[in-house]
Design a protein around this ligand. Structure first.
Ligand code: ATP
Length: 463
C-alpha cells in the first residue's frame, strides 16, 4: 500500500522557473543562439546554491565521518571500463516513435503512465499494438534499445582515434581505483569512496526542466563491505539519506520510499530502494540506494585481470568486497530544495496596516546563495560610506550582497525572492545610535544591533 503522498501545486514549476530566470538562478543554455533543448545554465545565485549543496553533501556524507574518503576521477575512461560495467551492452532505454506525429517516447514511461505492472520488462516486451501515442493516438513503432552513452574519440584524427565515452555515472572510478585508494589510505572494511562530478546521458526524453537533462552532476558513494550484515549497512545509508533530505528542508509527506521488487531490480542487486518525490509533474525518482553485491568489483577484476580482493587483517579471510551505493543527482536536489523553499504569503508593507503578497525562498540558512544583504536606507553619502565598509568587513566571513537601488521595501522583497536570511539596514539613526537593523527573512522581525557587534552577531547565526 502506497502511503498518501501530498501533491504539490501543479503550477509551482512554472512559478519557480519564472522566478529562477528572472533572478538569475537557472537560465536556458545557449539562449542567444535560440537555445539547445533541455540545456540549462546555472546563473550566479544558482551556481552558489549548487556549491552550497555540494559542500553540505560533502560534510554530511564524507567529512563528518571517519569511514568515507573523497575522490575525483576522469570523465573519459578506458572503454573497457564500460564493457566490464555492462554499460556498453545494457545501458539502454527502450525507445518507441509515433508513426504519425513522429514524437519519441520511452516505452517504460508509457507503461508507467498507464499503471501497467510490473512495468517494461526487457525479456517479455508487451504488445505495442495495444499502446497508442499519448499525444495523437497514432500507432507506435516496435521497441528499440537505445544506448545512452555519448561516444567520442581521443586523438587528433577522429577516424583513427580510439573510441571513448563520456562517463554516464561516477561509480566506475570508485571501482577501478578501489584497491589503490584502499591501500594508500590504509582503509579497513567497511569504508566508502565518494565522488561528486558531471556525468552525461543521451536521454531519449529529457524534460521537466532540470529534472532530466543530458548532462548533470551525481553525488555518489560506494560503501565497501563484507556481505555479512549488509542489511544493517543498507538501513544505515537509508537513514543517512533521510536525515540529509531533512537537512534540505524536504518534507516527509512529499517523499515515498519505493522498495523495488525482485523482478524489477537489476539481477545483481539484493535490495534497491528508489527514493521518490512528488514533483508538481508527478511522483518520480529523486535518488537511488542499492545493494549491488560484489557484481562491480568482480566484473572489473574479470575484465582487467587485476586482483580486486581484500584480505581482512583480523580473520585473514580474502574476498571481493560487496557494495551499498547511495546515488544522488545534484540538479534534482536543487529542484526539490527550491520546490520546498518556495512560499507565497501575505506580508506587511511599510504602510501602516497594509499587506501585499510576497514570494520568499525559505532555504535552510546554510544553503542560501546570499547570506547577508547590506542595504543603506538612502543613497546619501553619510549612509553609503558606513554601509560599504560594513559590507566589505562582512565579506571576509560571509557571502554578502550590497544593494543601494530602489525603495527599501522593494529591496527586501528582492532579497526574499532569492532567499537571503538576513538583511542589514543602515539608516539615519545609525549615525547617532551606532546601531543597524537586522531583518529576519522568515519572521520579518527587525532587531537593532550595535554596529560594532553586528559582524559577530551574523557570523554566529551561521555557525
Ligand atoms: P531515471 O529512472 O529517472 O531515469 P535512473 O534510475 O536512470 O533515473 P540512476 O542511474 O539511478 O537513475 O541515477 C542516479 C541518480 O541520478 C538519480 O536518482 C537522479 O537523482 C539522477 N539522475 C538520473 N538521470 C538524470 C537525468 N537525466 N538528469 C538529472 N538527474 C538524473
Amino acid at each position: 500500500m502506497k502511503k498518501e503522498i501530498k501533491p504539490l501545486e501543479p503550477d509551482l514549476m512554472d512559478k519557480l522557473m519564472a522566478l529562477c530566470k528572472h533572478r538569475g538562478f537557472i537560465i536556458p543554455g545557449s539562449e542567444i543562439y535560440g537555445g539547445l533543448a533541455n540545456s540549462w545554465d546555472f546563473g550566479p545565485y544558482g551556481a552558489l546554491l549548487k556549491q552550497n549543496i555540494r559542500r553540505a553533501w560533502l560534510k554530511h556524507f564524507v567529512t563528518s565521518r571517519d569511514d568515507v574518503v573523497l575522490m575525483d576521477s576522469s570523465i573519459i575512461m578506458n572503454s573497457r571500463v564500460w564493457e566490464a560495467s555492462g554499460h556498453l551492452q545494457n545501458f539502454t532505454d527502450p525507445l518507441v516513435d509515433c508513426k504519425k506525429c513522429k514524437k519519441r517516447f520511452r516505452a517504460d514511461h508509457l507503461l508507467e503512465a498507464r499503471s501497467l505492472e510490473p512495468g517494461y520488462d526487457k525479456e517479455k516486451p508487451v504488445d505495442w499494438l495495444e499502446i497508442k501515442c499519448p499525444e495523437c493516438a497514432g500507432d507506435l513503432t516496435e521497441v528499440r534499445q537505445f544506448n545512452l552513452m555519448f561516444k567520442t574519440s581521443v586523438g587528433p584524427v577522429a577516424e583513427s582515434g580510439a573510441v571513448v565515452y563520456l562517463r554516464p555515472e561516477n561509480a566506475a572510478g570508485m571501482f577501478t581505483d578501489f584497491k589503490s585508494i584502499q591501500q594508500s589510505m590504509r582503509q579497513r572494511l567497511p569504508f566508502g569512496i565518494a565522488q561528486i562530478g558531471k556525468v552525461f546521458r543521451n536521454e531519449v526524453t529529457p524534460g521537466n526542466w532540470i529534472f532530466r537533462t543530458r548532462e548533470f552532476e551525481l553525488m555518489e558513494l560506494e560503501y565497501f563491505i563484507h556481505p555479512r550484515g549488509w542489511e544493517k549497512v543498507f538501513d544505515m545509508w537509508l537513514g543517512e539519506i533521510k536525515s540529509w533530505l531533512k537537512s534540505l528542508g524536504v518534507r516527509d509527506e512529499h517523499l515515498y520510499f519505493h522498495e523495488i521488487e525482485g523482478a524489477d531490480r537489476a539481477h545483481y542487486s539484493k535490495r534497491t530502494v528508489d527514493i521518490e518525490y512528488n514533483y508538481p509533474f508527478g511522483l518520480k525518482e529523486l535518488y537511488g540506494l542499492a545493494y549491488r553485491t560484489d557484481f562491480d568489483l568482480s566484473q572489473h577484476a574479470k575484465t582487467s585481470g587485476a586482483d580486486l580482493t581484500y584480505t581482512d587483517p583480523v580473520t585473514n579471510e580474502t574476498f571481493v568486497p560487496h557494495v551499498v551505493e547511495p546515488s544522488m543527482g545534484l540538479e534534482r536536489t536543487v529542484l526539490v530544495t527550491m520546490l520546498e523553499a518556495y512560499h507565497e504569503e501575505e506580508a506587511p508593507t511599510a504602510e501602516e496596516g497594509a499587506t501585499d503578497r510576497r514570494v520568499v525562498l525559505k532555504f535552510p540558512k546554510h544553503l542560501a546563495p546570499i547570506q547577508v544583504a547590506v542595504l543603506p536606507l538612502s543613497k546619501k553619502e553619510e549612509l553609503m560610506g558606513p554601509s560599504q565598509s560594513l559590507a566589505q568587513e562582512l565579506r571576509q566571513h560571509l557571502v554578502v550582497e550590497y544593494d543601494e537601488t530602489q525603495s527599501i521595501g522593494r529591496r527586501y522583497r528582492r532579497q526574499d525572492e532569492i532567499g537571503t536570511p538576513y538583511c542589514v539596514t543602515i539608516d539615519f539613526d545609525t549615525i547617532q545610535d551606532k546601531a543597524v537593523t537586522v531583518r529576519d527573512r522568515d519572521s520579518m522581525k527587525q532587531e537593532r544591533v550595535k554596529i560594532t557587534e553586528v559582524v559577530g552577531y551574523l557570523i554566529k547565526k551561521y555557525s
